[in-house]
Design a protein around this ligand. Structure first.
Ligand SMILES: Cc1cc2nc3c(=O)[nH]c(=O)nc-3n(C[C@H](O)[C@H](O)[C@H](O)COP(=O)(O)O)c2cc1C
Length: 208
């Protein structure tokens, strides 16, 4: 279980919000070298960690860097890692509460298939260093939002995409959102019950 790095100190050396907004762009081709575990850890910490648990009358909620309707936080992050310094290739789940990666499987044919899919829609020859697969745990949002739950989930994906774009830009990493994924393949790769939790977004992160 790789422990992830983060430091609050670097946040304050960050670029201004305006320069991050102005510099933000999708980057689909990379130079030499690969993203490191340290960069990946800091990226996840800045985008998606649980900042604190907030007990509410109806359920335990959390506080995170990005907003979420009703503090549902139904989105989860899975990482299909092909090339990352100090982390073995494989499929991982990001635990936002403990800021850890939990390995689901080592490098296998599913990792390859998910990566080939992402490479195709990315439209470039670059092999994805880290493919982030965003899933929704439907029950967390459906119990309250019923008929608008699915549209709310997709709005949340947009919110998270933008947070990821801005953090990646601030860290000089190469981000690119993807509009297509393969929930069947993700379910087969992880063994997760398709009806409880499916993939709803994908995002490639790499060293520039
Ligand atoms: C929801 C969403 C889906 C996207 N899907 C893809 C995609 O499938 N493949 C891709 O290469 N880029 C994808 N992009 C990136 C867009 O192509 C890119 O944001 C757009 O061309 C504007 O360029 P910029 O991000 O460099 O400003 C997507 C972006 C968003 C927000």
């Amino acid at each position: 279980m790789p422990e992830l790095y983060h430091t609050m100190g670097q946040f304050f050396l960050s670029k201004s919000l305006t320069s991050v907004l102005e510099q933000r762009k999708s980057i689909r081709s990379y130079g030499a070298g690969s993203i490191s575990a340290q960069q990946l850890g800091e990226f996840l910490y800045r985008c998606a960690r649980v900042r604190k648990i907030v007990p509410r009358e109806y359920m335990e909620c959390s506080d995170r860097p990005y907003p979420s309707g009703g503090a549902s936080y139904e989105l989860e992050l899975y990482l299909a890692i092909n090339i990352c310094e100090d982390i073995n290739p494989g499929i991982y789940h990001y635990c936002p509460k403990n800021h850890l990666l939990e390995q689901i499987s080592p490098k296998n044919d599913y990792l390859e298939a998910l990566s080939i899919n992402a490479q195709k829609v990315n439209g470039e020859d670059c092999w994805p260093q880290v493919l982030m697969i965003i899933t929704a745990r439907f029950a967390r949002v459906c119990w309250a939002y019923e008929s608008i739950a699915y549209s709310l989930i997709l709005k949340h994906v947009g919110v998270l995409y933008q947070t990821m774009y801005l953090v990646a830009t601030a860290m000089n990493l190469a981000p690119c959102a993807l509009g297509t994924g393969n929930p069947d393949l993700f379910a087969a790769a992880t063994g997760i019950d398709y009806y409880a939790e499916s993939s709803v977004g994908e995002f490639i992160l790499a060293k520039q």
